[in-house]
Design a binder for this molecule. Sequence first.
Ligand code: ADP
Ligand code: ASP
Ligand code: MG
Length: 408
Amino acid sequence: MPALLIVQKYGGTSVGNVDRIRAVARRCLASQRQGNRVVVIVSAMSGETNRLLKLAKQIAEIPDERELDVIASTGEQVSVGLVALAIHAEGGKAVSLLGHQVRILTDSAFARARIQDIDARAIGAALDSGKIAVIAGFQGVDKDGNITTLGRGGSDTSGVAIAVALKADVCEIYTDVDGVYTADPNVVSNARKIDRISYEEMLELASLGAKVLQIRSVEFGMKYGVPIHVRSSFNDNEGTWVVPEEKAMEAVMVSGVTATKDEAKITLHKIVDAPGVQAKVFRPLAEAGIVVDVIVQAYIQDGRTNLTFTLSSADLARAQDVLIKQCADICTPDQIKAESDLSKVSVVGVGMRSHAGVALKMFEILAKENVHVHLISTSEIKISCVIESKYAELAVRALHDGFELGKR
Ligand code: ADP
Ligand code: ASP
Ligand code: MG
């Protein structure tokens, strides 16, 4: 087999203890001994990033984001050192590299930074000297030298972005499940592993709650055509290939079911329906950095309308505050109704483009379970319903069964 350049990303559970770190070292070396050049991206040990963020919050309720990134990024520093040591212990050659040592350049949006450029030279030098390059995921550096992090689950994005920068043949994402499933296998016991999934479907699943890949990693893969192979670090099974859409994928009406947590909704009741009213509501929210999702406006009567939108629960209190302070000419405080503990449950599949009745079937399944649908939003390849969080798992299981996803 010709030598390949392989990027392997290992998630938190895969490096969760010393034995697992040794197993990772052996796997990397096995790949290298087959004649491949191997670059490894590592996450913090499982639970570590949460622990670090919690520590910071014990000192400051709303910690300074720059300092938070300095703290949160250390979990990956420990992991790369340990993995490099484990490779040495197995008789191999390896060098650990942090984000700033590679020079993974990002913007300065702390806690959600975006990668702008990756310097491939330090990695290339390590590979040229026969070493495995062990790179810290999740972290980068901005143009002023500040440490940044890429958002939760960001090591996936580090992995795929480095694969792009190196023009790697494949980016392997090693995790604690065998691949991408028709639903979260930890929620739906008969969820089935998908062999091949399109970038587009994976993008939807990732953005609608399937945390197996961070959405930005899929965007990178799709934009630059890097095949992503999601697989387990606990066995040698073939995982899921995320690839450009193939003809056969259209035959499948729904590929997966997923749900988000921690959503909230705000309704502005009976506000005046005049041109520009929406901009007046959403401008101050946008300026406060609040991301809104599903937006529905329904005409009531006498020139009055209800404007409803969803947002992350974490932003709810702030959003209400912004509306009360900055939209007083549009609504009084008692016209603003808020609700939290909502979830968005979605079915995703490129086959929807050519199959009728998918939405109907989804509504029938939810109706049978007596689940109240608050809001609906659709795109060409997904249908989402906002429901009460306490029914989310029930809805995911019912949809998974109703669309017979466990079968094929
Ligand atoms: P890692 O630490 O390796 O990055 P994550 O916990 O971030 O792993 O992602 C893997 C988890 O994603 C799985 O344990 C699983 O519970 C969850 N998950 C959610 N939806 C899916 C899905 N459709 N397919 C596979 N895993 C999923
Ligand atoms: N350690 C980071 C997190 O927990 C990044 C990652 O695991 O991908 O979010
Ligand atoms: Mg992850």
